[in-house]
Design a protein around this ligand. Structure first.
Ligand code: EPZ
Length: 421
């Protein structure tokens, strides 16, 4: 096991380049299964544990998939799919593996996938995914820890309303509907930029998807999709994490490759807290030379404040002036980082879905752990400003979603290193 050792007190300054988006590349890698006749070549693929996991799932299906770390490229040849069953040990490792259900149903008319587990941040059900598949004409069977879906006569376009704008359900339904017979109208879908990126890639492959990023998506099924080249959008959550790091350490950082359009709530809230942000066509500069003021945040589906930035903002508010509130409306249990921040001296009171954070002058470095991906990022941010040394354990969570975190932070002047436990 490895841990991160962080010495607090350094201001971050310089430039950092944002990698491809984890939550765009995972559904897009699943979508490569729809590509016949030629392979897909994906560019700007981040080197993350989750990318390696879903690539391993594709290989389990008998699909040729190779990641080239040197060029951040992934080659997938989906022309032949040997199997339509994904094993427990891989799906257990990463819930996003469930995103292969839609493409397998569309391509092979069947899929057998281990039930995705919940995780630290909540139950993570898949009822909306299954409701969508059934609306498209698939039959669903659940038993012995597996979900089996079958559509021997192919899928048929349907009108589907999502009770909640679930990101994964939206992605799975779009991929299943891409080759269905007729039109599918998806109402109340997720509108995240990652949905738009998936739809753009599918349209490059020959799909006919309109309205991605709005509250109604229309998919006209086509008989075949062809593998193509595609470049993944930059990761708005990675960008947001470095923007918070720059503000918290009273630094001056240029976040290269950040797309302001995808970061509006983060930009607005950092300005409200007192940071200075300058946006240009290549990225965003974040500077701050004084203590930040506390703010109130409430997580919502896009275009609201992203739940994936909640923990990082809580770390920032732990050392800001005044009391702020953090309300989590997307997941039912995404305050696991509160206890870890309190070990460092943070003053936080949780009442149901809202945490009340009263800023303290300094946090004190100590041993903490990453309870999930974004909570781990929050602990690193807290360590950057704490008194003394902070050790963050269970960093496999962090490696799932941050490409070269230590190298990027060191290049900005942080005192951080990875050591064996
Ligand atoms: C995606 O997860 C992201 N993961 C998550 O990022 C992100 O937090 C989440 O969307 C919300 O933005 C990937 O894209 C790989 P949801 P997903 O389905 O698709 C409930 C990170 O840190 N729900 O939008 O699993 C669910 O319980 C990760 O990068 C149902 O009730 O999220 C949750 O409360 C963490 N039934 C809410 O919807 C369903 O069938 C949001 O889930 C599906 C979801």
């Amino acid at each position: 096991m490895e841990k991160l050792v962080i010495g607090g007190g350094n201001r971050l300054s310089g430039r950092v380049r944002i990698s491809g988006a984890k939550n765009a590349v995972l559904p897009i890698i699943a979508a490569t299964l729809l590509g016949q006749d030629s392979p897909s070549v994906l560019d700007e693929v981040p080197s993350l544990e989750d990318v390696h996991t879903i690539t391993a799932v594709l290989r389990e299906l008998g699909v040729k998939a190779e990641f080239c770390a040197g060029t951040n490229q992934l080659f997938v040849d989906g022309t032949v799919i040997g199997r339509c069953e994904a094993p427990y040990d891989l799906v257990r490792r990463m819930r996003a593996s469930f995103l292969i259900m839609g493409p397998l149903l569309a391509r092979c008319g069947q899929a057998k996938i281990s039930l995705p587990g919940g995780c630290a941040i909540g139950m993570r059900p898949i009822d909306l995914h299954l409701k969508g598949f059934e609306a498209l004409g698939a039959s669903i069977k659940i038993g012995h820890g597996f979900i089996e879906a079958a559509a021997p006569d192919g899928l048929k376009g349907a009108k589907i309303y999502l009770d909640f704008p679930s990101v994964g359900a939206t992605e799975n339904i779009i991929m299943a509907a891409a080759m269905a017979d007729g039109q599918t109208v998806l109402e109340n879908p997720a509108q995240e930029p990652e949905i738009v990126d998936l739809a753009n890639y599918l349209n490059v492959m020959g799909a006919r998807i309109r309205g991605a990023g709005t509250n109604v998506i229309k998919i006209d099924g086509v008989p075949k999709l062809t593998g193509r080249g595609y470049t993944i959008i930059p990761d708005r959550i990675e960008a947001g994490t470095y923007m918070v790091a720059a503000a918290m350490t009273r630094g001056d950082v240029y976040i290269e490759n950040a797309i302001s359009e995808h970061l509006k709530p983060i930009i607005a809230k950092l300005k409200e807290a007192g940071a200075t942000l300058e946006e240009d066509t290549e990225g965003i500069r974040v500077t701050c030379d004084h203590r930040l003021k506390s703010i109130d945040i409430k997580t919502m589906p896009y275009p609201g404040f992203p739940t994936d930035m909640q923990a990082q903002f809580m770390a920032m508010m732990a050392v800001s002036e005044g009391m702020g509130t953090v309300t989590e409306t997307v997941f039912e249990n995404r305050f696991m980082h509160v206890d870890e921040l309190k070990r460092m001296g943070a003053n936080i009171r949780v009442d149901g879905r809202t945490s009340y954070v009263t800023g303290t002058d300094r946090l004190s470095g100590c041993q903490v752990k990453a309870t999930d991906l974004r909570a781990g990022a929050a602990m690193v941010l807290a360590g950057l400003v704490a008194d003394g040394e902070t050790q963050v354990g269970y960093i496999h969570h962090i490696d799932r979603g941050y490409d070269n975190l230590v190298e990027k932070l060191v290049s900005l002047g942080a005192n951080i290193r990875r050591v064996d436990e």
